[in-house]
Design a protein around this ligand. Structure first.
Ligand code: NAD
Length: 305
């Protein structure tokens, strides 16, 4: 079961699981995801993780299925209010983040435990946990609060650990850094920098660099992120851990603009934007056997063409 499987990362994960021969079910409310990203071989359930009954149904073997392999063996939990920006502006968004990212996550965990067939829950955690502090970010660092999004994504991690340590349901938290690649959002409140720049370049517009462009991000390709999630599932003994999923390389906004090319327009810095993110990748190598393979510059230049 992939929650959020119609979204940017979740749809790539579903595609790869199908390619590997798994049967895939997706639960998604299509709030930011798109039905056209969902492969026709996926069993698609349009539903909300805030709705405990919908989650419970998604965890059961489908009514038409008598085969025992139709039971849910692993849950990849990606459904969430998924971006920092929209979480910052309006106090009502704090409640929205709590409902989607905390209550939704608890519904998923409770149903997964009750199903009795789920052998692991893999959670899409976030590098926003680290906020503004010196890089690189090792998993052992304390949390620095930067947004309602970051806090509620971290509460999701804690719930994973509660269900693992108190109720014996194996879980793994993967803290994704800045994910990029095909299907990344390009416009609207949920857009990401690489998507915005590529769309601006395609329209022949100047690239809008916020602030002086020296803030930096650890970009990790969606294919690498998908591989990390599958490794977290396939390593049967791995549980109760929190692991960074980044490339271990920092790229400044100015460098991204330069790779994409063309005119640059400076605009005021975005309130609440983080100064820099960079993953310490040692734990990922040690515990997951994971290392990012995609080269950011090569991939971005490829996407420009
Ligand atoms: N993209 C990144 O750089 C990044 C970094 C760190 C963590 N993450 C996490 O990875 C996950 C996927 O992110 P993404 O970039 O693919 O975002 P996305 O918005 O494309 O995907 C989220 C999916 O969840 C669905 N969804 C949202 N709320 C739901 C709800 N209440 N019930 C059911 N479905 C719901 C959306 O329709 C969408 O398909 C999220 O949990 C996000 O917090 C992403």
């Amino acid at each position: 079961l992939v929650t959020g499987g119609a979204g940017f990362i979740g749809s790539h994960l579903a595609d790869e699981l199908l390619r590997l021969g798994y049967r895939v079910r997706v639960l998604d409310n299509l709030s930011t995801g798109k039905a056209e990203y969902v492969d026709s071989r996926v069993e698609f359930i349009e539903g909300d993780v805030r709705d405990a009954d919908a989650v419970e149904r998604a965890m059961r073997p489908s009514a038409t299925d008598s085969a025992t392999d139709a039971a849910v063996a692993v849950v990849f939990h990606l459904a969430a209010m998924s971006k920092v920006g929209p979480s910052l502006h309006d106090p009502d968004m704090v409640k929205f983040c709590v409902e989607n990212n905390v209550v939704g996550t608890e519904n998923v965990l409770r149903s997964a435990l009750r199903a009795g067939t789920v052998r692991k829950v893999v959670y899409a955690a976030s590098s926003t946990f680290y906020g503004n502090q010196p890089t690189p970010f090792a998993e052992s660092l304390p949390m620095k609060i930067s947004s309602p999004y970051a806090v509620t994504k971290h509460q999701g991690e804690l719930l994973m650990r509660v269900y693992d340590e108190v109720h014996g349901l194996p879980t793994v938290n993967l803290r994704f850094f800045m994910v990029y690649g095909e299907r990344q959002p390009e416009s609207g409140a949920y857009a990401v920098m690489t998507g915005i720049f590529l769309a601006q370049r395609e329209r022949g517009e100047a690239l809008t660099v916020e602030g002086d462009g020296t803030h930096f991000r650890d970009f990790v390709h969606v294919d690498d992120v998908v591989r990390s999630m599958i490794l977290a599932w396939e390593r049967a003994e791995l549980r109760g851990v929190t692991v960074n999923v980044g490339s271990g390389r920092a790229v400044t906004v100015n460098e991204v603009a330069e790779m994409i090319g063309g005119e640059v327009k400076r605009v005021p810095p975005r309130a609440g934007d983080l100064e820099g993110t960079l993953a310490d990748t040692c734990a990922a190598k040690r515990t997951l056997g994971f290392e990012a393979r995609k080269n950011f510059e090569r991939e971005i230049r490829e996407m420009v063409r």
